[in-house]
Design a protein around this ligand. Structure first.
Ligand code: C2O
Length: 546
């Protein structure tokens, strides 16, 4: 591979959307941010200069970061934020991945405007395991706030209430014609008939899982989270925040001026409020057109009901890894360590002499195994590497719930979480299984769980409570999909497995930013192995300090 250099200049940008002009944090004056392109095996060197007044750090979402954990990017986990006027060089190699990922800010809610595509092409002498596309088009799904996104989450954290919802969804930063004052900001995908397009779809929305459809068209899904999948046809796509998918779109002969709506709308089963708007873009055919075909006006596709959980589960079950001679995969067949994590909402007590607007006068919180993860004031990876904790974290994150209950039945009366900076420490190369179980506390909801530093295999999923006596017999250990983000079904569970071959500190969290901010996160510490190439090297000298 080669080394590719990029420079990210993080600074404020004035932008108008929905008839409101505001200042946002952006990279290189672009919204969405610049495209980063590399081939498998290449090294990326990205110098991030923070010329904005905010703290920032950049996460390369889905990149394995094999023995390069210092470049992973989550603030207070692998690094302290890059302060205003400071810079940091992210330096990492892309190993064993090809497809679409994205990069985004990993501080507060800055990723609302600080994000862009991260495209990994196959090695120079390799081709796609599917037909060579005529053109490749990245489409980022985003979420737009008229207010300052950081102010929105800070208000929620102070008052304990749910945050204000976004004002629009966007395709590549454009809300489109169904919003007031937005028709001129419409994303148009221009195509020619009789060609195959590779759409690189990225859900960079903050808090919403999205359905996506284009009228009169269907897709062939070929890749998810930068790993190839067995191709399958579908006219409906579902992407949770943090998920990326490559699909082929075959264009057909069309009458002159043929246009079709492409729509996206949330899937939601929770009890709070959410942005219930519909995003539209336009698929527009360029000539040659076929004038023997009857012309028709702009068609709108139908979309499933907002809470169509079965549609979502059925879609998720279609993903299978290639599991062939060239891409055999690496599903752990036996497990060294088993974990069971509940994921869901909860509440925390209201501080004295404050009024809180969350459930029953408390503050909204979110947890795994009832632990709401408190961010430390210095980066975990630094304290682990240099002082083996020094009181910054404790290694007692519970492997199983301390007080089991009927997770999908009537929730317990006591919904209070425990706050702490708790981690799980595991030996190098442990094979790990985690059952992620949704809870009904304050409403069952789908949670997109994202793991840093690894891809995992989704070996099982189901509704209700996971049954350790029956469900493992149904696990797929042959061709389970390999991902970095999986949606834990609303009122159900998923089982994931991974081989802990990457030493470092790795965050696992809900990729809804609201749940992340409320504490739905934990960290794994994967110890060094014995061999020199099984150890995490020391940090680069420009690593930001707290
Ligand atoms: Cu894309 Cu820690 O997240």
């Amino acid at each position: 591979g080669v080394t590719r250099h990029y420079k990210f200049n993080v600074k404020l940008k004035t932008i108008t959307r929905l008839c409101k002009t505001k200042s946002i944090v952006a990279v290189n004056g672009k919204f969405p941010g610049p495209r980063v392109v590399a081939r498998e095996g290449d090294r990326l060197v990205v110098k991030v200069v923070n010329n904005s007044p905010k703290n920032v750090s950049i996460h390369w979402h889905g990149i394995r970061q094999l023995r390069s954990g210092w470049a992973d990017g989550p603030s207070y986990i692998t690094q302290c934020p890059i302060q205003s006027g400071q810079s940091y060089v992210y330096n990492f190699t892309i190993t064993g991945q090809r497809g679409t990922l994205f990069w985004h800010a990993h501080f507060s809610w800055l990723r609302a405007t600080v994000y862009g595509p991260l495209i990994i092409l196959p090695r120079r002498n390799e081709s796609y395991p599917f037909v060579k596309p005529y053109k490749e088009v990245p489409i980022l799904f985003g979420e737009w706030f008229n207010a300052d996104p950081e102010a929105v989450i800070n208000q929620s954290l102070q008052t304990g209430a749910g945050p204000n919802v976004s004002d629009a969804y966007t395709f590549n930063g454009l809300p489109g014609p169904l919003y007031n004052c937005s028709a001129k900001d419409t994303y148009k995908l221009k195509v020619k008939p009789g060609k195959t397009y590779l759409l690189r779809l990225i859900n960079a929305a903050l808090n919403d899982e999205l359905f996506f459809r284009i009228a009169n068209h269907s897709f062939t899904v070929v890749e998810a989270d930068a790993a190839y999948v067995k191709p399958f046809e579908t006219d409906l796509l579902v992407l949770a925040p943090g998920q990326t998918t490559n699909v082929l779109l075959k264009t057909k002969p069309q009458p002159p001026n043929a246009t079709f709506y492409m729509l996206a709308r949330p899937y939601f089963t929770g009890q709070g409020t959410f942005d219930n708007t519909t995003l539209a873009g336009i698929l527009e055919y360029e000539t040659p057109s076929d004038s023997s075909l009857k012309s028709r006006k702009l068609l709108k596709p139908g979309l499933p009901a907002i809470n169509a959980t079965n549609v979502v589960a059925n879609f998720a079950s279609k993903f299978r890894s290639l599991a062939n001679a060239k891409f055999p995969g690496n599903v752990p067949q036996k497990v060294d360590k088993k974990f069971f994590f509940t994921v869901g909402l909860g509440s925390s007590t209201c501080p004295k002499n404050q009024t809180c607007q969350g459930p029953n006068g408390t503050k909204f919180a979110a947890s795994m195994n009832n632990i709401s993860f408190a961010l430390p004031t210095t980066a975990l990876l630094q304290s682990y590497f240099f002082s083996k904790s020094n009181g910054v974290y404790t290694s007692d994150f519970p492997a199983f719930p301390l007080h089991p209950f009927n997770y999908t039945g009537t929730p317990p009366n006591n919904t209070l979480v425990t706050n702490g900076t708790k981690v799980v420490v595991i030996a190098f190369n442990t094979s790990v299984e985690v059952i992620l179980q949704d809870t009904s506390i304050l409403g069952a909801e789908s949670h997109p769980l994202h793991l840093h530093g690894y891809n995992f295999y989704v070996v099982g999923q189901g509704f209700g409570n996971f049954d350790p006596n029956k469900d493992p017999a149904k696990f797929n250990l042959v061709d389970p999909v390999e991902r970095n983000t999986v949606a834990v079904p609303s009122g159900g569970w998923v089982a994931i497995r991974f081989q802990a071959d990457n030493p470092g500190v790795w965050l696992m969290h809900c990729h809804f930013d609201v749940h992340l901010s409320w504490g739905l996160r934990m960290a794994w510490i994967v110890l060094d192995g014995k061999l020199p190439n099984q150890k995490l090297p020391p940090p680069p000298s420009d690593l930001p300090k707290c």
